[in-house]
Unconditional design. Structure first.
Length: 451
């Protein structure tokens, strides 16, 4: 008996140490089994205590009276599926008549306490079906991306959400995005993950870094164009506007609108074109947008108007031409001058790291979701990399990108430097670095960008 108690104490101590030092390992070994048992045993009483049950129907009451049986109890939502994951549990529920998905969302915090989970979120899959995602530990404390992610064209796995799912930056679904964050908030790491994810793809990267290129210049081997001052940035953006016009002429020439052409084959953007004619898509990364909007003289004001006008044109018209904007900054509001609010209205994706004041959070989410504003201003200073990601639909998530050092990002860009396309419109702005091939292999034929 003494030996058994010693072994039991050692096992309990080992489990406790594992839970403290390696919560992911603890979850996969012990936590998932205990969590499933807790949910199945406590499910009925928890749902009743959280107000997620409905009274029995009239025919059941009548049947109980006729059979002289005890009155039936209130019914909770029916469990359609309970699926363990590497970070938690996924519970799919079928709501009873009279219940609403909002009721489950409002009870998320009570469900978290009742089931002893770290976090609970819910979303409606379809009418009457709700998916409840429960996490067993803090997945954002030490971000570990899954080994396998969903790879599609122009879709980058860039961060991990608090419910354990992967947060993707999908350029075809959300063409343009705004990323805000104070100094030392993790914005640069998020941008590195984005560049590292785009580097292996058939895409052209254009960088605008007015801090003399200190953030993007180390990654220059994978960039088709790079501007490190506002004057060069204005010329790069205007060259992109010219390229956009050439791409639209190519699309017009390939539309083939005749009575015998199916609707699905009529070209309306570059993704409807044949592979051998499709121009390479372009992602424009602006590291600090405020440096492009500030001016101190009449000449700088004229340059600023050129820059903002080009950005607005690219944001309004660039999607169909395969030009996508990724704009970063510490602040982004009407104080930057005319045209800024028009530009912000075109930036569908919004990501906010830790900000220094509430107006900065309102710049990102004030026109989307008040709850996202509240979540953004509550990010503590010691948790670098935590961010709130949302879009114009009003939905938002708490995310964190895995830590990627500058050396890791540089190695990835250097490894895929041969994929850097040569764009004629941007040739004067190609960064000149030793070791770059004199004649890089273009990703499309020369005729695909000129008409």
């Amino acid at each position: 008996m003494t030996d058994f108690m010693v072994v039991l104490v050692l096992v309990v101590a080992a489990v406790g140490l594992l839970r403290w030092r390696r919560p992911a390992w603890y979850w996969l070994t012990f936590g998932v089994t205990l969590a499933v048992l807790r949910v199945l045993v406590r499910y009925g009483s928890v749902m009743d205590a959280c107000g997620l049950t409905v009274p029995p129907s009239r025919w059941r009451l009548a049947l109980a009276r006729a059979a002289n049986r005890p009155m039936p109890e209130p019914r909770p939502p029916r469990i359609l599926r309970l699926r363990p994951t590497r970070t938690g549990l996924v519970l799919r529920l079928k709501l009873r008549p009279g219940q609403d998905a909002f009721d489950v969302a409002a009870a998320s915090d009570r469900l978290r306490h009742s089931f002893s989970m770290y976090g609970v979120t819910s979303r409606e899959l379809r009418s009457g079906v709700v998916e409840v995602r429960m996490t067993g530990y803090d997945v954002l404390k030490r971000v570990q991306m899954p080994a396998e992610t969903d790879h599609r064209p122009m879709r980058v796995p860039v961060a991990l959400r608090e419910d354990g799912s992967v947060h993707y930056r999908d350029y075809r679904a959300v063409p343009h995005a705004l990323t805000l964050g104070a100094t030392e908030s993790g914005k640069s790491v998020y941008q590195r993950n984005l560049v590292a994810g785009l580097a292996p793809m058939d895409v052209a990267l254009v960088g605008i870094d007015c801090k003399q290129g200190v953030e993007l210049f180390p990654l220059a081997r994978r960039f088709s164009a790079l501007a490190d001052d506002p004057d060069t940035a204005a010329e790069v953006l205007e060259a992109l506007v010219v390229r956009m016009g050439h791409v639209y002429q190519l699309i017009r020439s390939q539309q083939r609108i005749t009575s015998d052409v199916p609707d699905a084959e009529i070209a309306a953007d570059i993704w409807d074109l044949p592979d051998d004619l499709r121009p390479v898509p372009v992602v424009v990364l602006v590291d600090e947008v405020a440096e492009l909007a500030l001016y101190a003289s009449k000449e700088e004001e004229k340059r600023r108007d050129r820059i903002i006008t080009a950005l607005v044109r690219l944001a309004q018209l660039g999607r169909a031409a395969g030009i996508y904007l990724e704009i970063c900054g510490q602040r982004f509001g009407s104080e930057l001058g005319k045209g800024i609010t028009m530009l912000r209205a075109q930036l569908t994706g919004r990501t906010a790291h830790r900000v220094n004041d509430e107006p900065s959070a309102n710049m990102a989410f004030g026109d989307i979701s008040p709850d996202a504003v509240l979540a953004a201003i509550q990010i503590p200073a010691e948790t670098r990399g935590i961010a709130i990601a949302g879009d114009s639909s009003g939905g938002w998530h708490r995310i964190r990108a895995p830590h990627t050092s500058l050396r890791q990002a540089v190695n990835i860009c250097n490894r895929h430097a041969d994929r850097t396309p040569d764009l004629p419109e941007l040739a004067p702005f190609r960064p000149a670095l030793p070791g770059i091939a004199a004649e890089p292999v273009p990703l499309v034929k020369a005729s695909s960008v000129t008409v």
